[in-house]
Design a protein around this ligand. Structure first.
Ligand code: RIB
Length: 331
């Protein structure tokens, strides 16, 4: 059975160009279209998406539902999902749910009616019964990063507890003797797991007190506000672990506004590993999630379920990496 990659190679174009022509979702010039059609005929290429298209059904399309497209973590994740889907001849529809269950359900019901082949969701608000209809219709779903109380589907997430413990240990290794944690919304599993990872280490020390836990909402502004509250409570704090990079960027802004030297007076570490952490001054130390690997893996698993009609469900917890930069190391 010829593949989309062989068609692309024979036609001398990219897989994405062949996919655009097959899925009719982008411009392909006449000469290129002729070469691709010729390669399709020569190789007798008939992916399921063409057969479905000819039968009047929608081409192979999958949907990715994310909670906050304004947070750079999710576009980086979506890019990895899209690249893998395109390379396998699938078109991706991206939906932003604003963490709103009603919005998520509206998207999923509408797309399901339009024969979307499968869903990848980063959601902590979907309930088991919300996924029932999908399950009964045999439409596969993969939970990515956040997973709510979905259990009988594959779930892919970074090792948040290990990452948080890595961040606190790094701050201790840099000489910090009183470390606070700005935590994300506890309705979100990734934020809960990072708080657990912080407490796993911090509670071993005499300096630990629950008032070192400062609430945030994963957005930059909450990081600015958190620093204000923290310094009122603990003016002697010398280390901060923020539960995601956007709050860490806010915390950095808040510290600089108060004339505090980072890292000389207070060292700061974030979590995610988004590109923006290289744009701050000082650049942010962070715990990098394997964002690309998570996205590619979710797409591979979903397509595998679409094409093989099933496959076992598993929980995948991927390793994280400390990226040390100048917000924790003045040398
Ligand atoms: O920055 C957004 C956060 O929400 C990330 O840490 C990611 O894990 C998601 O849960």
């Amino acid at each position: 059975m010829a593949t989309i990659r062989e068609v692309a190679a024979l036609a001398g174009v990219s897989v994405a160009t062949v996919s655009r022509l097959i899925n009719r979702n982008g411009y392909v010039n006449k000469e290129t279209e002729r070469k691709i059609q010729q390669a399709i005929e020569e190789l007798n290429y008939h992916p399921s998406s063409i057969a479905r298209g000819l039968a009047g059904k929608r081409m192979d399309v999958v949907a990715l539902v994310v909670p906050d497209i304004s947070n750079p973590f999710f576009p980086e994740l979506a890019r990895a999902v899209e690249d893998l889907c395109l390379s396998r001849g699938y078109t991706l529809i991206l939906c932003n749910s604003d963490n709103d269950r009603e919005k998520e359900l509206a998207y999923m019901k509408s797309l399901h009616r339009n024969s979307v082949a499968g869903f990848i969701c980063a959601s902590d608000s979907l309930l088991q019964e919300d996924l029932q209809e999908l399950r009964q219709s045999g439409t596969p779903i993969v939970m990515l990063d956040r997973s709510g109380n979905a259990d009988d589907c594959s779930i892919i997430r970074a090792d948040n507890r290990k990452g948080a413990a890595l961040a606190v240990q790094h701050l201790l290794d840099k000489g910090c003797r009183k470390i606070a944690h700005i935590y994300g919304p506890q309705s979100i599993v990734t934020a809960r797991e990072r708080l657990e990872g912080y407490e796993q280490i911090a509670q071993q020390y005499a300096w630990y007190t629950p008032s070192l836990l400062i609430p945030g909402d994963f957005r930059m502004e909450s990081g600015i506000e958190a620093v204000q509250l923290l310094l009122e409570r603990h003016p002697d704090v010398d280390g901060i672990f923020a539960g995601n990079d956007m709050m860490a960027i806010g915390a950095l802004k808040g510290l600089i506004r108060q004339g505090i030297q980072v890292p000389e007076q207070i060292a700061l570490c974030g979590f995610d590993g988004i590109g923006m952490t290289r744009m701050t001054e000082p650049e942010l130390t962070t715990i990098a999630q394997p964002i690309g690997e998570m996205g590619r893996m979710a797409a591979e698993i979903l397509i595998g379920k679409i094409e093989s009609n099933g496959g076992e469900n598993r929980f995948y917890e991927l390793d994280v990496q400390l990226i040390e930069r100048s917000s924790t190391s003045s040398t």
